[in-house]
Each structure stands twice: as structure tokens, then as C-alpha cells.
Design a protein around this ligand. Sequence first.
Ligand code: PLP
Length: 396
Amino acid sequence: MSNVNKAALALGTQRSVIRELFEFGKKRIAEVGAENVFDFSIGNPSVPAPDCVNETAIRLLKEMDPVVLHGYTSAQGDADVRKKIADSIFRSFDYKISPDSLYICTGAAGGLCGCLNGLLNPGEEVVVFAPYFPEYKVFIEKAGGRMRLIPADTEHFQIDFERFEEALGSNTKAVLINSPNNPSGAVYSEETIRRLAQILEDKSKETGSPIYLISDEPYRAIAFEGVKVPWVPSYYRNTLVCYSWSKALSLPGERLGYVAVSEEMEDHDEVYAAVAGASRALGYVSAPSLFQRVCAECVDDTSDITVYETNRNILVKGLRDLGFTCVEPEGTFYMFPQTLIPDDVAFCEKAKDFNLLIVPGAGFGCPGHCRISYCVPTQRAERSLDAFAKLAAFYK
Ligand code: PLP
């Protein structure tokens, strides 16, 4: 009988709902052909990285001293890379940040783990808003904390402030937000961020210790026409931003992102050191060197995200015409309509009969909904409406 860590074993052996769907999809593709399976399960970008990525990678491989290019960088990332990112943040948000407030990490996931492990003492709480990215619970608990989940504001997918204020207490160490949001596609408005910041400021004063705001932003670059994603550190001084190029540059497999520790944070130097220390303890030092440099060169570029907006328009209209209720996403490549019956798990199971692979909302803390990842070719999104029509007809 194995004597390994039980929690780790459970995580390593449980199959996720999304992985189950993926396996099911492979089987169905073999039976009915790829064009007849509508796999909306996984959030893998469907558009290629912009030209800048390959061009820069090839140039660096040809021109840079390979010993340097493939060598370790500083633990917190190459200094020149961090300077380029800091300059980009200033250009984009008119926010001055020192390269020494940036920690280059392996995707937003690496950044989140660095922040949570750097901030949390055993048993401290992190407030999370439903619907939420399920890995948050795993990351928070591994860092010794507890997740405090606030039920969703299903009307707009902003924040239910009444429930939020009730949940804040002396044990609240941090609040973790994700906008643009996976799975709802909602973008927190400036008003939402302002109100959130005011409540955190007041509560921190009352308890005498800062409540940190961790802003998980892998989808920041994927906001649709006319939508502004507020730069959170401009509204709340105790913010840590976890950014990633996984979706912005379609590079999820290259594992690159950064943590930005707000310049005005009251205990900035200790927090930055703790994030660096936690990352060190986790082995997250010197993120992949070639792609640090590639991302820094392409920092103001994005993949062609217009396909996501086109798909959003097709699916929101198509599903509403079929009787679905859906908050219109303002960014990402996800939408989160209500299921046509309250049991979202049964609904998504039934959808498989029509070769529609969609994910139940329960796993995101928001039952009665389902997530549709529309990072697929537009033709596939269009053709899926027939399958959705059959699914809707089944419940008529
Ligand atoms: N946070 C959210 C909300 C996500 O959806 C994802 C990935 O899908 C991550 C974090 C992790 O992203 P990364 O690939 O940057 O680690």
C-alpha cells in the first residue's frame, strides 16, 4: 500500500470533467468525424500566435549567444525582459512600475501559486467569486489557506456586494478576482472595481491589516470592441496582478506570465520578497529563458482575437433565439448560459447525445449554467447551432 501524500494522490488520480469530455470527444470523432463533433470543452486558443512570436524566436535562436539564451536568467526573470514589460505597462495604463516589482513566472498558474504561498498563513481565507476557475481551490488549499466562495450575481456576473461584505472578516487575507472571467466572459466594470477597492480599503483600515487583491488576468487582452478592462492597481494599492501570455499570444504551452506587485502597496518590499521566496520554495525560478525574451519583444502584440468576437456574436444570438438565457460575454472565449433544466450535469450529459461537449456550471460554483468555450473555427460555431436546436427541442 502506497504511503504517498493523500491530497496529492487524490488530485493526481481524479479525472476532471473536462478531461472526461475530451476523451469522449476523441471517441466520437473516430465514430462520426471531427466535423460533426462540437467540442466546446477546453480553453485552448484556436488562433495561432502572431507573426512576431515566430520571427522573434527564430531571430534570437540565430543571433543570440546560445549559452546566454538557454541559460538560467535571474530567479525573478531577466532584467531587460522586466524593463520591457514595465515600459509596456506604463504605455498601456499610464502606471509607473519598477522592473523590480515584476516577477516572471510560468503562466498565471505559476504566478497565482507564488502569490498565494507568499501571502497566506495557515487557515487564512481567500475570498473568491462564483463562477470561478476551479483550480483556485486547489492552489489556495495547497498554500495552506481556505477558499471562501461568494455566490454568483447571475444577472450580470459582476459582484454581489452584499454577500461579499458579509463574508469579510478578520481572517480574510486576500480577495481573488478574474476579469475578463472564465467561465462567464464578463468583464468587471470600472464601477465594480471602484466599489470593491473602497470596501477593501475600509475593511483593511478597520482590521488594521491590509487585505490583498489578487487580480488573475490571463484574458486581459481578450476584451471585445469598446470594452475597457480596468488596470486594477490604479484603483487599489494592495494589488497583485497575475498576467499571462497563454491566451493573449496563444502560447499556453510555453508557460509564461508575470506577477506585478503594486508600486504603492504598503508593505511592498516584504510582499515582493515573499512572492519571490514562495516561488523559490515551489521551484518556480528562472521561467523559460527563450520565451521570456520572445514575450518581452511581443509584449504589445496579441493574436487575432476577432474570431472570438465573431463566434460570440453567432452563439449568443443563436442560443437566445433557441430560448437560452445568456449574459453577453464582453471578453475571453467563454460564455455561460443557463441550462434549460436546473440540473446542469444532466443537461451536459444529454448534450453529448447531439455531439455537443459543454461543461456543467457546478464545477465553477454556479449550477444551472454551462460553459461553452467558443475558441473554435467559426464554421464549427455556426454548424453547432443545429445540434443546440436539437438539444433545445428535446426539452420542449
Ligand atoms: N486563471 C484562469 C481564470 C484561467 O482560465 C487559466 C487557464 O485557463 C489560468 C488562470 C492559468 O493560465 P496559465 O496558462 O497562464 O497558467
